[in-house]
Design a protein around this ligand. Sequence first.
Ligand SMILES: [Zn+2]
Length: 330
Amino acid sequence: MHQNQLYERILGLSTPWFVSNVDLDESSGLVEVQVACDPSARLYCPQCGQLAPRYDKRRRQWRHLDTCQFQTKVVADVPRVCCPEHGCLTIQVSWAEGNSRYTALFEAFVIQWLKEASIQAVSRQLQLRWTAIDGIMKRAVKRGLAARTSPDVRFLSVDETAFRKGHDYVTVLSNHQGQVIIVEDGKSADSLSRCYLALTETQRTSIESVSMDMSRAYRKATFAHVEKAHRKIAFDHFHIAQTLSEALNATRKSELHSVDASLRRVAHQSRYAWLKRRDRLDERERATLSWLSSQFSNTTIACYLKEKARKIWKGNRVEVPGPLGKSGYG
Ligand SMILES: [Zn+2]
């Protein structure tokens, strides 16, 4: 196969494009692939797709994947057409996107590397400036968004994420399939409001639930933008469990001061046992908590409520104890 044809195959060229020449500059370690456009080919306006007369041409070049150890660039005189409606425009080439200075295959290669390594490492290894990598990433995001079908927004989840060592926050709105719908700067009510406002009216009315931490700001934004928010907000499991554990611990500490001094040491030693799930206590811990329960009645109740909350979460039926129900607790 002739080297021109070889490069036509590698670049995926088809009419009116063809490789006119390939130059190897060994001293600078560079392969230059010259691509030309058939002068008799009919050209079309890139805006409206109408047949348009050829106007002039612009020399452009793109970095392509290396040929063995040689950096490879594609050079072409790209025709401009003169559309009666849209004026003079450069036609779109098939191997690169918009005004990018990199071929589509090279951009795909950079994106693959960015999944494996830091921007700094990719920049160093591929000899690319940060601004070039930024442009490649932005185009990839744009392509991804354009290819995305309308996401399911019935069951949403909102979370704050820190970056730059916790100095900056973003609010991330995603759906139950783990698809990120919108990301906005900050973690305020305004941040989440902007996320909701980026959805269409139809999407907002289709929301059935929003899972979140117990942030006041997120609740405020949800009440402002989601109809019947009081029936749709679901606090996520982790934050509820954390709040209940904190309440239990605070109750235990407050009771510690009122118990007999002789019990304090063993009560202090049992501090982790109170926070454990009941079915994960060993025999010794179970006996200790049972022994302490008369002195730590409020902590015992708090412990019971935490355990019941876990069962509610699991979807189990909860029997109300004491005067309101039949069963006792324990
Ligand atoms: Zn046009």
